[in-house]
Design a protein around this ligand. Structure first.
Ligand code: ADP
Ligand code: ZN
Length: 587
């Protein structure tokens, strides 16, 4: 892309240079200034060949020897006749710009325009979308026939987006209640998980146009261009009334500032970012415009973007689990002739960690193979072959390379958390366990803690430590002490924080008593540091052993949960209860 641009500029310079040189050498000599009297004398002397006659106050012409002259124009009525009588050619085309010069100028202007167009076309990020001078394309509602039924999985995200749809449709309703409306939503998740698709679906469901741009469209070589493009984008959006603005790769213009290491070289990006933020805060509450931005990673974004009133809703778009993969495969094979021997459920099983885009790609490759064979339908074999092409084509760091061992460790780790929640802290609800990686790390476990109490009970705090320790405890129990992993690092951070607070601030530890250790420390009792550390270690160890014993005594349930998780990748609370109850009945 960059190379091409340099080429265009080089060609432009060359052509313009050539033309200018040509004009220089062909240019008419500077006309000599003569008095009107001299002019009349020269006419009488028959020295003048040609006169350019017009309305201006100067009169130009040429002598027989080709020399040009200029004199005052008396603008007398019969000058033309006078000249003609003396056998002088009279040219009445408008003055100084003579025919051929005019042509030259036109050619230069034409070429210039063309080059400008060519160079502009090749500016980064412009690609194919070009309607109007802004270079951003807006898909009209009739083109956005995507809706939520085209997006498989991600039910929670769809629920959140449904609210957005309602807001776009009825902004007045919310405004009437004085509700602060969502202005910006960030969709984050691995590439190809359907973030763009989701934004289109929101527009489609709301029946409004979507204006799509990419963060890289705004990062330009020319200072100020990014900011002015942002303003243009929003102006265009407002002209549609209600609409969805989609900005892909928002990180291109909203990356975290790296501590000034690059010494303010990013003025341009800051200007652009500020333009975006000020446009967003300029929305009126009942306008019905929302900005949806997408990024692969939320944690690299500038905090300025994430503040309230800006992109204050963050919705994770996850890699599909086995059920969603099947849905995606079904969606994308609708228009393809599948052979009898194709079992999409089996394909869904095989494609662990595939994104939606990759699944679509898989089916497409298979269709190409079938077409090439001249077969009337896609066979299992085509999909099999395509599978290896797609996997081999994927980058190394891609999640599809997560090994089976790692999946197994993740499954036991997450099952440990879930089982201990059910056994030790049953008033908490496990909403979801998964071994599908998210941007936050491999696997995931989520728990609904009952509504915030004003005070936290000692037993709740201890239970939350037990739940946190359960991941590591399961790993150790199943795979042995030598095979424990770094997967527990966040858990340990949380557990340590909670325990330290119990001891240091809340007087919840029998051994350390009712003292506030911060007060002691500030009053010169520095040795309490060691005491706290000692007590933290002792108590954490105790809790860990409890958890490990609990899991050991329920090992068969733990294994059953992990096996289910490996097969189905995601379990919800109902699934979990079914498994646990099966064992309870069996006694
Ligand atoms: P992202 O914006 O997250 O990189 P895209 O929305 O561009 O991903 O996804 C690319 C394509 O992959 C989509 O156009 C769609 O065909 C397919 N796809 C991705 N996720 C899904 C999904 N959840 N359901 C159906 N199709 C999907
Ligand atoms: Zn964990």
């Amino acid at each position: 892309m960059k190379k091409k641009k340099i080429l265009y500029i080089a060609v432009a310079v060359l052509i313009i240079g050539t033309i200018l040189t040509g004009v220089w050498f062909n240019r008419q000599p500077e006309p000599g200034k003569i008095t009107y009297r001299q002019f009349l004398q020269d006419i009488e002397a028959g020295k003048i060949e040609k006169v350019y006659l017009n309305d201006s106050d100067k009169l130009e012409g040429e002598y027989e020897d080709g020399e040009a002259f200029i004199t005052d124009n008396p603008r007398t009525q019969n000058l033309k006749e006078f000249l003609l009588i003396h056998g002088i050619t009279v040219d009445e085309t408008n003055g100084k710009i003579k025919g051929e010069q005019l042509l030259n100028v036109l050619i230069i202007l034409g070429l210039f325009g063309f080059l400008l167009f060519a160079v502009k076309r090749n500016m980064p990020g412009q690609k194919r979308d070009k309607i109007g001078k802004s270079g951003f394309s807006a898909v009209k509602p009739e083109n956005t026939n995507v809706n939520f039924s085209n997006v498989a999985g991600n039910e929670e995200a769809k629920d959140s987006m449904q609210e957005l749809v309602d807001f776009i449709k009825n902004p007045e309703k919310y405004a009437r209640y004085g509700a602060r409306l969502p202005r910006g939503v960030i969709l984050y998740g691995s590439p190809g998980t359907g973030k763009t698709l989701m934004a289109k679906a929101v527009a489609g469901e709301s029946g409004v146009p979507i204006i799509a741009a990419s963060g890289s469209d705004f990062v330009q070589v020319y200072v100020g261009l990014g900011a002015s493009r942002i303003r243009e984008l929003f102006k265009k959006a407002r002209s549609y009334g209600k609409c969805v603005i989609f900005i892909d790769e928002i990180d291109a213009l909203g990356k975290k500032r790296d501590g000034g290491a690059d010494g303010g070289g990013n003025d341009e990006r800051d200007q652009t970012l500020n333009a975006l933020l000020s446009e967003m805060s300029g929305f009126h509450d009942n306008e019905g415009i929302v900005v949806i931005a997408a990024t692969n990673r939320l944690d690299t974004l500038d905090e300025a973007l994430l503040r309230p009133g800006r992109f204050d809703r963050h919705i994770e778009i996850q890699l599909p689990d086995i059920k969603s993969r099947l849905r995606i495969l079904e969606l994308h094979s609708k228009n393809k002739p599948l052979g009898q021997d194709v079992n999409l459920e089996k394909v869904a099983q095989q494609t662990v960690y595939f994104s939606g885009a990759k699944l679509e790609n898989l089916l497409n490759e298979a269709a190409i193979l079938a077409a090439r064979r001249g077969s009337d339908s896609i066979h299992a074999e085509d999909i099999e072959t395509a599978f290896y092409t797609v996997v081999a084509g994927a980058e190394k760091k891609d999640r599809s390379s997560v090994s089976d061992t790692e999946r197994m460790i993740t499954a036991y780790h997450e099952s440990g958390h879930a089982l201990v929640t059910k056994l030790a802290a049953p008033e908490n609800r496990v909403t979801r366990i998964t071994i599908i990686p998210s941007t936050k790390g491999v696997g995931g476990f989520s728990m609904n803690i009952p509504p915030d109490r004003m005070y936290h009970r000692k037993k709740d705090m201890e239970n939350s430590i037990r739940v946190a320790l359960a991941g590591r405890a399961a790993e150790e129990l199943i795979f042995g002490e030598d095979n424990i992993t770094t997967g527990a690092s966040n858990d340990l951070e949380k557990a340590t924080g909670t325990l330290l607070n119990m001891i240091r601030r809340f007087g919840m530890n029998a051994k350390s008593g009712l003292l506030n250790y911060d007060v002691l420390y500030n009053n010169g009792f520095q040795q309490v540091q060691d005491e706290i550390l000692e007590e933290c270690r002792r108590r954490m160890d105790e809790l860990y052993k409890e958890v490990r014993d609990l899991l050991r005594n329920n090992r068969r349930i733990l294994e059953a949960i992990a096996e289910n998780l490996l097969a189905r990748e995601t379990l919800d609370e109902k699934d979990l209860d079914l498994i646990i109850n099966a064992f309870a009945k069996a006694g």
